[in-house]
Ligand binder design. Structure first.
Ligand SMILES: NC(=O)c1ccc[n+]([C@@H]2O[C@H](COP(=O)([O-])OP(=O)(O)OC[C@H]3O[C@@H](n4cnc5c(N)ncnc54)[C@H](O)[C@@H]3O)[C@@H](O)[C@H]2O)c1
Length: 268
Protein backbone atom coordinates (compact mmCIF):
# COMPACT_ATOMS: atom_id res chain seq x y z
CA UNK A 1 0.00 0.00 0.00
CA UNK A 2 1.21 3.48 -0.85
CA UNK A 3 2.76 5.47 1.98
CA UNK A 4 0.93 8.79 2.12
CA UNK A 5 2.25 10.56 5.21
CA UNK A 6 1.32 14.26 5.04
CA UNK A 7 3.85 16.79 3.78
CA UNK A 8 4.57 19.97 5.66
CA UNK A 9 7.71 19.74 7.75
CA UNK A 10 11.24 19.60 6.36
CA UNK A 11 11.58 15.92 7.26
CA UNK A 12 8.65 14.97 5.05
CA UNK A 13 9.60 16.78 1.83
CA UNK A 14 9.84 13.40 0.04
CA UNK A 15 6.65 11.96 1.54
CA UNK A 16 4.57 9.93 -0.89
CA UNK A 17 7.33 9.86 -3.52
CA UNK A 18 8.64 6.64 -5.05
CA UNK A 19 12.37 6.07 -4.49
CA UNK A 20 14.62 3.30 -5.83
CA UNK A 21 18.02 2.81 -4.17
CA UNK A 22 20.62 0.43 -5.63
CA UNK A 23 22.83 -1.35 -3.12
CA UNK A 24 20.21 -0.48 -0.54
CA UNK A 25 20.65 -3.55 1.65
CA UNK A 26 23.94 -2.43 3.22
CA UNK A 27 26.08 0.52 4.25
CA UNK A 28 25.19 3.95 2.88
CA UNK A 29 22.41 2.57 0.66
CA UNK A 30 20.59 1.08 3.64
CA UNK A 31 20.78 4.39 5.51
CA UNK A 32 19.34 6.14 2.43
CA UNK A 33 16.48 3.60 2.24
CA UNK A 34 15.74 4.01 5.95
CA UNK A 35 15.84 7.81 5.85
CA UNK A 36 13.48 8.02 2.86
CA UNK A 37 11.11 5.48 4.45
CA UNK A 38 11.13 7.43 7.73
CA UNK A 39 10.20 10.57 5.83
CA UNK A 40 7.12 8.90 4.35
CA UNK A 41 8.46 7.90 0.93
CA UNK A 42 7.73 4.61 -0.86
CA UNK A 43 11.10 2.88 -1.04
CA UNK A 44 12.35 0.07 -3.28
CA UNK A 45 15.71 -1.44 -2.36
CA UNK A 46 17.58 -3.14 -5.22
CA UNK A 47 20.50 -5.28 -4.10
CA UNK A 48 22.50 -8.28 -5.29
CA UNK A 49 22.55 -9.66 -1.74
CA UNK A 50 19.11 -10.92 -0.74
CA UNK A 51 20.47 -12.26 2.59
CA UNK A 52 21.51 -8.86 3.88
CA UNK A 53 18.13 -7.45 2.80
CA UNK A 54 16.31 -9.92 5.06
CA UNK A 55 16.26 -7.50 8.01
CA UNK A 56 15.31 -4.35 6.11
CA UNK A 57 12.72 -2.43 8.12
CA UNK A 58 9.03 -2.95 7.31
CA UNK A 59 7.75 -0.78 4.51
CA UNK A 60 10.85 -1.05 2.31
CA UNK A 61 10.18 -3.23 -0.74
CA UNK A 62 13.05 -5.42 -1.95
CA UNK A 63 13.99 -6.55 -5.44
CA UNK A 64 17.03 -8.72 -6.08
CA UNK A 65 19.31 -7.84 -8.96
CA UNK A 66 22.80 -7.13 -10.24
CA UNK A 67 23.08 -3.56 -11.54
CA UNK A 68 25.69 -4.60 -14.12
CA UNK A 69 22.95 -6.55 -15.95
CA UNK A 70 20.48 -4.57 -18.05
CA UNK A 71 17.61 -7.05 -17.57
CA UNK A 72 17.95 -6.74 -13.79
CA UNK A 73 17.92 -2.93 -14.02
CA UNK A 74 14.85 -2.90 -16.29
CA UNK A 75 13.12 -5.35 -13.96
CA UNK A 76 13.82 -3.24 -10.86
CA UNK A 77 12.44 -0.07 -12.43
CA UNK A 78 9.36 -1.95 -13.68
CA UNK A 79 8.88 -3.40 -10.20
CA UNK A 80 8.92 0.09 -8.64
CA UNK A 81 6.47 1.48 -11.20
CA UNK A 82 4.12 -1.51 -10.99
CA UNK A 83 4.19 -1.49 -7.19
CA UNK A 84 3.89 2.26 -6.55
CA UNK A 85 2.75 3.77 -9.87
CA UNK A 86 5.73 6.02 -10.61
CA UNK A 87 9.46 6.55 -10.12
CA UNK A 88 10.36 9.91 -8.61
CA UNK A 89 13.93 9.36 -7.43
CA UNK A 90 16.71 6.95 -8.41
CA UNK A 91 19.73 6.69 -6.13
CA UNK A 92 22.63 5.01 -7.95
CA UNK A 93 24.62 3.75 -4.97
CA UNK A 94 25.71 0.14 -5.59
CA UNK A 95 29.47 -0.03 -6.10
CA UNK A 96 32.34 -2.30 -5.13
CA UNK A 97 35.89 -1.72 -3.87
CA UNK A 98 37.23 -5.05 -2.59
CA UNK A 99 40.56 -5.12 -0.69
CA UNK A 100 42.12 -6.89 -3.71
CA UNK A 101 41.49 -3.72 -5.75
CA UNK A 102 44.21 -1.89 -3.82
CA UNK A 103 46.93 -2.72 -6.34
CA UNK A 104 48.92 -0.77 -8.91
CA UNK A 105 47.73 -0.98 -12.49
CA UNK A 106 50.50 -3.28 -13.75
CA UNK A 107 49.42 -5.89 -11.18
CA UNK A 108 45.68 -5.30 -11.43
CA UNK A 109 43.58 -8.40 -12.29
CA UNK A 110 41.75 -7.63 -15.54
CA UNK A 111 38.68 -9.59 -14.43
CA UNK A 112 38.34 -7.40 -11.35
CA UNK A 113 38.81 -4.26 -13.46
CA UNK A 114 35.97 -5.38 -15.73
CA UNK A 115 33.71 -6.16 -12.77
CA UNK A 116 34.34 -2.73 -11.23
CA UNK A 117 33.58 -1.01 -14.54
CA UNK A 118 30.47 -3.19 -14.88
CA UNK A 119 29.05 -2.32 -11.46
CA UNK A 120 30.50 1.11 -10.60
CA UNK A 121 30.15 2.71 -14.05
CA UNK A 122 28.02 0.73 -16.52
CA UNK A 123 25.58 -0.24 -13.77
CA UNK A 124 24.92 3.45 -13.00
CA UNK A 125 24.17 4.09 -16.70
CA UNK A 126 21.97 1.00 -17.13
CA UNK A 127 19.80 1.78 -14.13
CA UNK A 128 19.60 5.46 -15.09
CA UNK A 129 18.66 4.54 -18.67
CA UNK A 130 15.58 2.61 -17.53
CA UNK A 131 14.74 5.17 -14.85
CA UNK A 132 14.89 7.92 -17.48
CA UNK A 133 12.50 6.05 -19.78
CA UNK A 134 9.94 6.25 -16.96
CA UNK A 135 10.85 9.78 -15.81
CA UNK A 136 10.46 11.13 -19.36
CA UNK A 137 6.88 9.79 -19.39
CA UNK A 138 6.25 11.71 -16.15
CA UNK A 139 8.18 14.89 -17.15
CA UNK A 140 9.79 14.72 -13.72
CA UNK A 141 12.38 12.90 -11.67
CA UNK A 142 15.65 13.14 -9.78
CA UNK A 143 18.73 10.94 -10.12
CA UNK A 144 21.33 10.99 -7.34
CA UNK A 145 24.64 9.28 -8.13
CA UNK A 146 26.84 8.34 -5.19
CA UNK A 147 30.38 9.18 -6.32
CA UNK A 148 33.34 9.59 -3.92
CA UNK A 149 36.08 11.90 -2.70
CA UNK A 150 38.26 9.74 -4.93
CA UNK A 151 36.32 11.08 -7.91
CA UNK A 152 37.92 14.46 -7.22
CA UNK A 153 41.48 13.61 -6.18
CA UNK A 154 43.57 10.50 -6.15
CA UNK A 155 46.30 8.51 -4.46
CA UNK A 156 48.35 5.36 -4.90
CA UNK A 157 46.79 1.94 -5.27
CA UNK A 158 43.34 2.78 -6.67
CA UNK A 159 43.76 2.58 -10.46
CA UNK A 160 40.24 1.28 -11.05
CA UNK A 161 38.09 2.72 -8.25
CA UNK A 162 39.34 6.32 -8.52
CA UNK A 163 39.01 6.81 -12.28
CA UNK A 164 35.65 5.02 -12.38
CA UNK A 165 34.30 7.18 -9.53
CA UNK A 166 35.50 10.25 -11.46
CA UNK A 167 33.35 9.01 -14.34
CA UNK A 168 30.33 9.14 -11.99
CA UNK A 169 30.82 12.94 -11.85
CA UNK A 170 30.71 13.20 -15.65
CA UNK A 171 27.68 10.91 -15.82
CA UNK A 172 26.02 13.39 -13.44
CA UNK A 173 26.94 16.45 -15.48
CA UNK A 174 26.13 14.91 -18.86
CA UNK A 175 22.74 13.50 -17.85
CA UNK A 176 21.99 16.70 -15.94
CA UNK A 177 22.55 18.82 -19.02
CA UNK A 178 20.78 16.36 -21.34
CA UNK A 179 17.55 16.14 -19.34
CA UNK A 180 17.37 19.55 -17.63
CA UNK A 181 14.58 20.76 -19.96
CA UNK A 182 12.58 17.56 -19.34
CA UNK A 183 11.98 18.28 -15.66
CA UNK A 184 14.66 15.82 -14.56
CA UNK A 185 17.49 16.82 -12.21
CA UNK A 186 20.71 14.81 -11.87
CA UNK A 187 23.10 15.35 -8.97
CA UNK A 188 25.84 13.46 -7.19
CA UNK A 189 27.15 13.14 -3.66
CA UNK A 190 30.82 12.46 -2.93
CA UNK A 191 31.29 10.99 0.54
CA UNK A 192 34.48 11.09 2.57
CA UNK A 193 35.27 7.96 4.61
CA UNK A 194 31.99 6.60 5.98
CA UNK A 195 31.70 3.73 8.45
CA UNK A 196 30.31 0.90 6.28
CA UNK A 197 31.26 -2.71 5.51
CA UNK A 198 33.15 -1.43 2.42
CA UNK A 199 35.40 0.79 4.53
CA UNK A 200 35.72 -1.67 7.41
CA UNK A 201 36.97 -4.31 4.94
CA UNK A 202 39.73 -2.00 3.73
CA UNK A 203 40.78 -0.22 6.95
CA UNK A 204 44.16 -1.95 6.85
CA UNK A 205 44.82 -0.73 3.28
CA UNK A 206 43.87 2.76 4.43
CA UNK A 207 46.29 2.94 7.37
CA UNK A 208 43.87 2.09 10.20
CA UNK A 209 40.90 3.92 11.65
CA UNK A 210 42.74 6.55 13.71
CA UNK A 211 44.80 7.69 10.75
CA UNK A 212 41.76 7.67 8.51
CA UNK A 213 39.75 9.77 10.97
CA UNK A 214 42.59 12.20 11.50
CA UNK A 215 42.83 13.01 7.79
CA UNK A 216 39.35 14.55 7.94
CA UNK A 217 39.26 18.12 9.31
CA UNK A 218 36.29 17.12 11.51
CA UNK A 219 38.59 14.50 13.08
CA UNK A 220 36.39 11.47 12.51
CA UNK A 221 34.96 9.33 9.76
CA UNK A 222 31.33 9.91 8.78
CA UNK A 223 28.12 7.98 9.39
CA UNK A 224 25.87 6.58 6.65
CA UNK A 225 22.94 8.68 7.91
CA UNK A 226 24.98 11.84 7.31
CA UNK A 227 25.24 10.94 3.62
CA UNK A 228 21.54 10.00 3.57
CA UNK A 229 20.57 13.44 4.90
CA UNK A 230 22.32 15.11 1.96
CA UNK A 231 20.64 12.74 -0.51
CA UNK A 232 17.19 13.49 0.93
CA UNK A 233 17.77 17.23 0.56
CA UNK A 234 19.07 16.93 -3.01
CA UNK A 235 16.08 14.75 -3.96
CA UNK A 236 13.57 17.19 -2.50
CA UNK A 237 12.08 20.29 -4.11
CA UNK A 238 14.19 22.36 -1.71
CA UNK A 239 17.01 21.63 -4.18
CA UNK A 240 14.89 22.52 -7.23
CA UNK A 241 17.60 24.77 -8.77
CA UNK A 242 20.40 22.24 -8.20
CA UNK A 243 21.36 20.00 -11.10
CA UNK A 244 24.39 18.65 -13.00
CA UNK A 245 26.62 19.16 -9.97
CA UNK A 246 28.18 17.37 -6.98
CA UNK A 247 28.09 17.81 -3.21
CA UNK A 248 31.03 16.58 -1.13
CA UNK A 249 29.88 15.16 2.23
CA UNK A 250 33.35 14.56 3.61
CA UNK A 251 34.01 16.25 6.93
CA UNK A 252 36.01 18.92 5.10
CA UNK A 253 38.55 16.54 3.53
CA UNK A 254 38.13 17.97 0.03
CA UNK A 255 39.18 21.43 1.22
CA UNK A 256 42.79 20.24 1.27
CA UNK A 257 42.59 20.14 -2.53
CA UNK A 258 44.70 16.99 -2.61
CA UNK A 259 45.35 14.13 -0.25
CA UNK A 260 47.94 15.65 2.08
CA UNK A 261 49.36 12.33 3.18
CA UNK A 262 49.41 9.87 0.29
CA UNK A 263 51.31 7.07 2.08
CA UNK A 264 49.66 4.72 2.79
CA UNK A 265 46.60 5.07 0.61
CA UNK A 266 43.95 7.40 1.94
CA UNK A 267 40.34 6.41 1.96
CA UNK A 268 37.17 7.01 0.09
N1 LIG B 1 31.94 3.97 2.64
C1 LIG B 1 32.67 4.97 2.21
O1 LIG B 1 33.55 5.48 2.91
C2 LIG B 1 32.46 5.54 0.84
C3 LIG B 1 33.21 6.67 0.48
C4 LIG B 1 33.02 7.22 -0.76
C5 LIG B 1 32.08 6.69 -1.62
N2 LIG B 1 31.38 5.59 -1.25
C6 LIG B 1 30.39 5.08 -2.20
O2 LIG B 1 29.16 4.91 -1.52
C7 LIG B 1 28.43 3.82 -2.11
C8 LIG B 1 28.04 2.80 -1.06
O3 LIG B 1 29.22 2.34 -0.44
P1 LIG B 1 29.16 1.50 0.91
O4 LIG B 1 30.38 1.86 1.67
O5 LIG B 1 27.83 1.63 1.55
O6 LIG B 1 29.35 0.03 0.31
P2 LIG B 1 28.95 -1.39 0.96
O7 LIG B 1 29.88 -2.38 0.34
O8 LIG B 1 28.93 -1.27 2.44
O9 LIG B 1 27.46 -1.63 0.44
C9 LIG B 1 27.23 -1.76 -0.94
C10 LIG B 1 25.91 -2.45 -1.20
O10 LIG B 1 25.78 -2.61 -2.63
C11 LIG B 1 25.41 -3.95 -2.91
N3 LIG B 1 25.91 -4.31 -4.24
C12 LIG B 1 27.20 -4.57 -4.61
N4 LIG B 1 27.28 -4.89 -5.89
C13 LIG B 1 26.01 -4.83 -6.39
C14 LIG B 1 25.44 -5.06 -7.67
N5 LIG B 1 26.20 -5.41 -8.72
N6 LIG B 1 24.11 -4.92 -7.82
C15 LIG B 1 23.33 -4.57 -6.76
N7 LIG B 1 23.81 -4.35 -5.52
C16 LIG B 1 25.13 -4.48 -5.34
C17 LIG B 1 26.02 -4.78 -1.80
O11 LIG B 1 25.36 -6.03 -1.65
C18 LIG B 1 25.82 -3.85 -0.60
O12 LIG B 1 24.54 -4.03 0.00
C19 LIG B 1 29.33 3.28 -3.22
O13 LIG B 1 28.98 3.91 -4.44
C20 LIG B 1 30.71 3.72 -2.79
O14 LIG B 1 31.61 3.82 -3.88
C21 LIG B 1 31.54 4.99 -0.04
Amino acid sequence: MKNSRPQGSVAYKNAGRVILVSGGAGGIGRAICEAFAASGANVVCLDINADSAADLPDGIAFVAGDTSLEDDCRNAIEFAVQTFGALDVLVNNAAIQPPSSYAPLHEFPTELWERMVGVNFTGYSLLAKHALIQMLKQDSGVIVNIASGQAHRTTRGVPAYGPIKAANLLQTRQWGVEYAREGIRVVSVSPGAIRTPLVEATLHEQGGEAQLANRHPLGRIGRPDEVAAAVLWLASDDASFVTATDLEVDGGLGAFGAFADPYPCPPL
